[in-house]
Design a protein around this ligand. Structure first.
Ligand code: UDP
Ligand code: MG
Length: 324
């Protein structure tokens, strides 16, 4: 994008320059520390910023702490969801309300260093529309999480049409246009990494080292991460559904060749009584493949079901500082 176009948009009084979007779920105690680090960074970039905090149905004092901070700094805006919807939906809610020309989603636990936003803004001013933060290492994760995450990216990118960059989370800067494009994606299953990748636009990356959580515990458990990975894969490719045509073809072909050979052998050498082992193996093998294939179809149908119900993605209880 040319500098003149960018400047013209900057002169537009209606939209502000920079929105930070922060989903929060039971982050009491860490919030003071978070704002203490985020605000100076944003203020150094521009006076014209907003921090949109989404309280994702917290059951602790997160909301009270947010309100206290808002009474101190009115640039802090709050969306209170009616219950816990999960991080990706909370983030979608925040993006819907963000009015910035540049929008930066980040975590409340300071694992996404706010200082990086300045670097992202520079890339954005150069004309990039998506500037994602790439972790230069995953030292802050456990070995199991590192390995399983590695598998996920490898499998996803091998079978999905559009690859997602590995070692990149939701921490990124997106242009207003990208944000509008995201809002126009109708799906209920908000696998944000996949959606970010799908919309495209001019992309650049900046590197950072992911720190440990500053306060409190991570809300992810392995079962949830597994569900998340399934959402990611079923959300961006139908390959697991389609592969069974070919598996079925290969298995049938093998069965055909084998039965021909067996028939010929029986004709020439008579009936061979022992055969229990081979029978059992093929029955179990085929049974297993059948159940697996049905299960995969079930994963997709379950998601089709949530899509066709067309429920709203999230429900807002109340907002503070938001015009709409
Ligand atoms: N979060 C949320 N809703 C949830 C779980 C988490 O809004 O149901 C927020 C959380 O408050 C934090 C961010 O999402 O700001 C990342 O969560 P967490 O640190 O637990 O995830 P991890 O860093 O381990 O991936
Ligand atoms: Mg975290």
């Amino acid at each position: 994008m040319t500098a003149t176009r960018r400047n013209r948009r900057k002169g537009d009084k209606k939209s502000i320059l920079l929105s930070a979007v922060v989903p929060m779920y039971n982050e009491e105690g860490g919030i003071d520390m978070f704002f203490e680090r985020l605000e100076p960074v944003l203020e150094a970039i521009t006076e014209d910023y907003e921090i949109i905090c989404i309280d994702d149905g917290s059951t602790d004092a997160t909301m009270d702490e947010l309100l206290a901070h808002r009474s101190r700094n009115s640039r802090i805006k709050i969306i209170n969801l009616s219950r816990n919807f999960g991080k990706d939906v909370a983030l979608s809610a925040g993006l819907d309300y963000a009015t910035g020309q540049a929008v930066v989603p980040l975590d409340a636990d300071l694992q996404d260093p706010p200082e990086l936003i300045a670097e992202m803004m520079e890339k954005w001013r150069e004309g990039y529309e998506v500037v994602y933060a790439r972790r230069s290492n995953r030292k802050s994760d456990t070995a199991t999480k590192r390995v399983t995450a590695g598998w996920f990216y490898r499998i996803h990118n091998a079978i999905a049409d559009i690859s997602i960059p590995d070692n990149a989370g939701d921490f990124r800067l997106i242009d207003q246009r990208v944000n509008v494009a995201l809002q126009n994606l109708p799906e209920r299953t908000r696998f944000m990494k996949g959606l970010f990748a799908w919309v495209g636009f001019k992309q650049a990356s900046v590197e950072y080292v992911r720190e440990e959580r500053a306060h409190g515990d991570s809300k992810w458990q392995y079962w949830k991460l597994w569900q998340f990975a399934l959402d990611g894969i079923t959300g961006s490719t139908t390959f697991p559904l389609r592969i069974w045509t070919y598996v079925g073809f290969v298995v049938s072909l093998t069965a055909f060749v084998l039965s021909t050979l067996l028939t010929i052998r029986t004709i020439f050498y008579g009936v061979d009584v022992p055969g229990y082992a081979s029978l059992m193996v093929s029955v179990l093998f085929l049974g297993g493949i059948n159940i697996l294939a049905t299960g995969i179809i079930g994963e997709y149908i379950g998601r089709i079901f949530t899509e066709v119900r067309r429920r709203p993605l999230y429900l807002v209880r109340e907002t503070f500082g938001i015009d709409r």
